[in-house]
Design a protein around this ligand. Structure first.
Ligand SMILES: Cc1cc2nc3c(=O)[nH]c(=O)nc-3n(C[C@H](O)[C@H](O)[C@H](O)COP(=O)(O)O)c2cc1C
Length: 206
């Protein structure tokens, strides 16, 4: 894949500005942009949208009726090569805005599995996450959700980066390798290397 075709969508699902997810995602974006990728970053807590209202319209049309800040995202999802979702762990879960974004992918799920008209093309999904505790299964449940989300978008989940023991605002700066790992991942994406060579953790219980 050439540099020009490398479009990356990046979602920050943390409410905390200058927080750990914010910094981690910024490092990935910095690496990707420095290596020539086109990155669009969306900060979910700065956007106006809601979760799925289960109106059933997309069952027939494959389109979401809600005209909010997520409306332009459906075509963006389909045009992106890589979709990066980033969320801290809140109560062993994704944040509520991240979950709301995921619910809204229902229209694409319908296109893929019911209407069977989801455009093809290889897309890849990555997940960045972190939490304060050291729980062995800290990222297990959320990865199940994230895998399902990417599947609805027609994107192949490739794993991501996961950090435990990160709590205060900006504490990730003190982590010995997190920010440089995220930057290196961004570079690898932009350079168009095959996904198997991306510097990510693939285990479902990292
Ligand atoms: C409402 C809330 C719930 C949280 N729940 C968990 C949790 O279940 N497990 C955990 O390890 N950390 C938990 N945390 C800690 C955050 O994951 C941690 O502080 C993280 O660094 C926040 O990332 P941010 O700066 O990107 O928002 C919680 C924090 C908040 C505010």
């Amino acid at each position: 894949m050439g540099l020009k075709s490398m479009k990356i969508l990046a979602f920050n699902g943390s409410p905390r500005r200058g927080g750990n997810t914010d910094l981690l995602l910024a490092a990935l974006v910095r690496g990707a942009e420095a290596a020539g990728a086109e990155v669009r970053r969306y900060d979910l807590y700065q956007m106006d949208f809601q979760g799925c209202i289960e109106c059933g319209s997309c069952d027939r049309t494959g389109e979401c009726v809600l005209e909010d800040d997520l409306a332009p995202l459906y075509s963006e999802f389909l045009g992106a090569r890589v979709i990066v979702l980033a969320s801290p762990i809140f109560f062993y879960n994704l944040t509520s805005r991240t979950q709301a974004l995921i619910e809204r992918s229902q229209a694409l799920w319908i296109r893929k599995y019911v209407l069977k008209n989801l455009p093809g093309g290889r897309r890849y999904g990555l997940f960045l996450s972190l939490g304060a505790t050291k729980g062995k299964k800290l990222f297990e449940g959320v990865q199940r959700v994230v895998r399902y989300f990417f599947d609805a978008l027609g994107a192949e989940y490739q794993g991501g980066l996961f950090y435990r023991g990160v709590e205060g605002r900006g504490a990730i700066r003190k982590h010995p390798s997190a920010l440089s790992e995220a930057e290196a991942l961004g570079r690898a994406l932009a350079e168009g290397k095959p996904p198997e060579s991306w510097p990510v953790v693939r285990s479902s219980a990292p």
